[in-house]
Design a protein around this ligand. Structure first.
Ligand code: GCU
Length: 411
């Protein structure tokens, strides 16, 4: 009995904490996504698509993520390994080398599972991972990172045991629900450290071209890598490439949002604990701030973004407008109750702030300013949200919500 009372008390306290935070930590006014730079108000979806969306994309490119390049010089694919017997026959596994140049100096290795129980092409989840494909599963056939790749990663990168991050990739659950799932190590595309953009695909695409304040950063490079994976998925007859959800956690959640913004082929976008410079409203300055993120991770963004550190109220945009870039496609923003660094309340408010854009397309969105309770998922129209109880992470609970959200739109 005592334990129950304590648990209830703890749950109530965390709720109070989140609710308490629901009041703006700093008074702020969000820019209206429907207000054009010249002051006109967007009246319909045509005006959004033709005028306002491009204007906002230009802002996000030039001020935040940088300008991504076009197609890779020589995109080609090679199947390294394939088996129809993954997870005791549940799935077909493919491991594919996606090369960006003729010499195959720049490539990623995509791990893909496709459910064997399928009638026709299946929808898929695609997302990058942090620690290597082998670290996403106990499946012993998954290739380990190769020495040539490891040589390009940050010196702090440690090869961890198989499945070290397995809890983030609930493959069997996803497959049993009829989805394929594909992932690659983000370091394959652009190693996650600041070396002046001499490594990864920046080197391939830009060579020694001088950089400026609008040159693409590393998040943009990872998003570009996700698009190249989608190019590959389009060649796969088992996959319905018109029904690919892009997903990411934390820095890769920021990446998933930007990939969904830049590449409208992604049918659905999921941000898991993306936080500062992802879904969290910058003007709240709650948890990580623009100044701190630019100081700690200067390579993630374009140079111009640093100028907004400590001047969030001067930003001509805020993060709800990044979420609005996904419209009219379904978008899911998830948080974790203990993840103050990512500002769960600010993440929720970016959905509320983007709802007017979904409305233009005739879809409802999340408009209630009261932050939902912990583990009370909310789906309104084409927007979904939950706050999982616990730490900054991806858990089965998160995947359960993503699969059920995707079932509404991708099945
Ligand atoms: C750091 C960083 C966050 C990021 C996170 C992650 O905590 O400050 O912005 O989201 O790393 O990627 O795990």
């Amino acid at each position: 009995m005592r334990v129950i009372i304590i648990l209830v008390a703890v749950a109530a306290m965390s709720l109070v904490f989140l609710r308490g935070n629901a009041q703006p930590v700093n008074p702020y006014e969000l820019p209206d996504p429907l207000k054009m730079e010249d002051g006109r108000i967007v009246k319909n979806k045509r005006q959004w698509v033709k005028e306002r969306r491009p204007e906002l994309m230009e802002m996000l490119r030039s001020q935040m993520f940088g300008r991504e390049p076009g197609q890779a010089p020589d995109l080609h694919f090679e199947t390294l390994e394939e088996s129809h017997d993954a997870f005791g026959g549940l799935a077909t596994r493919k491991q594919v080398k996606i090369s960006f140049d003729k010499d195959e100096k720049y490539y990623l290795v995509l791990l893909m599972y496709i459910p064997n129980d399928r009638k026709g092409p299946v929808p898929a989840f695609l997302g990058a991972n942090f620690k290597g494909n082998h670290a996403t599963t106990t499946d012993p056939a998954v290739l380990m990172p190769t020495p040539d790749k490891l040589a390009t990663y940050a010196s702090s990168f440690k090869v961890e045991p198989r499945s070290a991050n397995g809890h983030r990739w609930e493959y069997e659950y996803i497959l049993k629900h009829g989805y394929a799932v594909a992932t690659f190590c983000y370091n394959d595309v652009d190693p996650d450290f600041h070396d002046g953009f001499h490594n990864g695909v920046h080197q391939l695409m830009d060579g020694d071209k001088p950089r400026n304040g609008e040159s693409w950063g590393t998040i943009s490079a990872w998003a570009w890598g996700l698009s190249r994976c989608l190019d590959f998925l389009e060649t796969q007859k088992e996959i319905n490439s018109k029904k690919v959800a892009v997903i990411g956690h934390s820095r890769l959640g920021k990446t998933a949002l930007w990939a969904g913004a830049t590449d409208q082929r992604f049918a659905l976008v999921i941000s898991n604990d993306s936080g500062c410079s992802g879904a969290a409203i910058a003007r709240r300055k709650s948890g990580e701030t623009v100044e701190v993120i630019n100081r700690n991770f200067p390579h993630w963004f374009c140079g111009n973004y640093a100028a907004y550190g400590g001047r969030e109220e001067k930003m001509p945009w805020d993060q709800h407008e990044l979420v609005a870039m996904i419209a009219p496609r379904p978008v899911y923003v998830a948080s974790a109750s203990e993840d103050d660094w990512a500002d769960p309340v600010g993440e929720y408010y970016s959905l509320v702030g983007a709802a007017s854009v979904y409305r233009l397309f005739g879809y409802d969105g999340i408009t209630d300013r009261t932050v939902p309770e912990i583990e009370h998922p909310v789906v309104v129209g084409r927007m979904g949200h939950h706050i999982r109880k616990g730490e900054h992470n991806v858990r089965l609970y998160d995947w359960e919500q993503y699969v059920s959200f995707a079932d509404r739109f991708l099945k």
